[in-house]
Design a protein around this ligand. Structure first.
Ligand code: SF4
Ligand code: SF4
Ligand code: FES
Length: 260
């Protein structure tokens, strides 16, 4: 054995110490079964640590897909709490269950045939008026959306307000799981945002212009050239492209304007 191997390496000892601290275990309960998991992990990582292989209930891992809805309670607390498993870190003695999907009525419609009239929503989702204003949906929303207010806006025919209030909805379905009136809030909100985006907001003129330019074939040549560039060269072109500075004004243009 070499002298090097015999001596203690302070850097390695520090790493070991760090791991020891990070590995402090806390008890949690998944579907009623007790596990000891390292504190500091998200619920999702703690489940994986405990041996779960997540096929459902795991998508983006970044708080945007809504696949990892979780409900939990702490001992001695009557309150049911909600969280996204990929965002929330574990706490000692959490009793939790995953709700990756919750069955909800989703209306069928041909979107191009809809108008922006509030009656369109009323016809497709008449259960909207079953809302009893209990606010359980708002309390269940991990995104902090004022769900009940958005539903109230829809009932009042204010599609724009419902779209605005529900902008951060990630379709997790937790509100629906708690709804007294059995509403599928998130499907209703999606419809509201679609109608708002396509039929209420004014059309962006610059976008229409750009689409026209593309259709006229302005970029066909460069796209064709790029299709034949080898992968390494393509990466180099991308990395060396002239990026718009953060502080650029509306009139900023790259030096090479051939393809504008
Ligand atoms: S509104 Fe409902 S579906 Fe949307 S994020 Fe909140 S709880 Fe989830
Ligand atoms: S949970 Fe259902 S009934 Fe209660 S306020 Fe929300 S939408 Fe209305
Ligand atoms: S995995 Fe997408 S929100 Fe959690």
């Amino acid at each position: 054995m070499s002298a090097k191997k015999k001596g203690k390496n302070p850097a390695k000892t520090a790493v070991k110490e760090e791991k020891k601290i990070a590995a402090k275990l806390i008890p949690i309960y998944i579907m009623g079964k007790r596990y000891e998991v390292p504190e500091g992990l998200t619920i999702m990582k703690a489940m994986e640590y405990a041996g779960y292989v997540l096929i459902r209930g795991c998508g983006c891992r970044g708080g945007t897909c809504g696949a990892c809805g979780t409900v939990y309670r702490k001992p001695g607390d009557y309150k049911l709490q909600v969280a996204l498993a990929c965002q929330k870190t574990v706490e000692p003695d959490m009793y939790m269950a995953q709700i990756p999907f919750f069955p909800a009525n989703r209306a069928q419609y041909e979107f191009t045939e809809l108008t922006s009239a509030p009656e369109e929503v009323f016809k497709l989702y008449p259960e909207l008026f079953r809302c009893v204003a209990c606010n359980a949906c708002t309390k269940a929303c991990p995104q902090g959306i004022e769900v009940m207010d958005a539903i109230a806006a829809l009932k009042q025919g204010n599609i724009a307000e419902a779209a605005r209030l529900s902008f951060d909805c990630i379709q997790c379905g937790l509100c629906t799981s708690r709804c007294f009136g059995e509403l599928a809030q998130y499907h209703m909100f999606q419809l509201a945002r679609r109608i708002y985006g396509a039929k209420i907001l004014p059309r962006a003129e610059h976008l229409a212009e750009m689409v026209g330019t593309i259709n006229e074939g302005r970029y066909d040549q460069i796209l064709d050239e790029l299709k034949h560039v080898k992968e390494d060269e393509l990466k180099k072109l991308y990395q060396e492209r002239e990026a718009e500075p953060m502080t650029a004004g509306e009139d900023w243009k790259p030096k090479d304007t051939r393809y504008l």
